[in-house]
Design a protein around this ligand. Sequence first.
Ligand SMILES: [Zn+2]
Length: 55
Amino acid sequence: MSTPPAARPGDEGNDNAPQTAENLCRRCGGSGTVDGEPCPECKGTGRIAEIVGDA
Ligand SMILES: [Zn+2]
């Protein structure tokens, strides 16, 4: 009675990652800058991760 239940890989519970997709930032249009400053929306990357598929 000293062995804890081991989680087996591939069993289940490994599919809780949200469905995300990278899109061009709408705020800066993918340039990463707005008015000469790093875009606050995408933090200068020009891309944002959006959660898609809310099923
Ligand atoms: Zn942006």
